[in-house]
Design a protein around this ligand. Structure first.
Ligand code: ZN
Length: 136
């Protein structure tokens, strides 16, 4: 059965805006939420050499973001990244590199001009489980 996860439109718009700010580079970062269903986005620099088609989060920034999430008593909701010119499906590297198997992964694609293409997945071992992402 496909899991259904809904996110507020404000969050979806924020992620799309971040992706559009650097349309030639994959953006990445963390999203937290709290008990009041407030979401916060923590952008992290992509330090990959080929940042156009892969992402690698700056380790120190990632640690800092996790620290802030803990300090604010939030929980990690998802890891997001963008695909400048491929659709919003995980690459083989995305699956291979996934460190947090129980974490939701959101991919924002800019390849379809004018259309918001945002999809979400869980990576289980070696298989990808698509989530039904609802933008409210
Ligand atoms: Zn990717």
């Amino acid at each position: 059965m496909t899991q259904i996860i809904s996110i507020p439109r404000t969050l979806a718009n924020r992620l799309l805006t971040l992706a559009q700010l650097t349309p030639d580079t994959e953006v990445c970062g963390l999203i937290s939420n709290n008990t009041e269903d407030k979401y916060q986005v923590y952008p992290v620099n992509n330090i990959a050499n080929n940042a156009h088609s892969i992402f690698e989060m700056d380790p120190q920034q990632q640690i800092n973001a996790f620290k802030l999430i803990r300090e604010k008593q939030q929980t990690l909701f998802a890891i997001y990244h963008s695909h400048p010119d491929s659709d919003a499906t995980p690459s083989a590297k995305d699956l291979h590199d996934a460190a947090y198997k129980d974490t939701l992964n959101i991919i924002i694609s800019l390849s379809t001009e004018g259309v918001l293409d945002m999809r979400a997945y869980f990576y289980q071992q070696d298989k990808i489980e698509a989530v039904d992402l609802i933008i409210e």
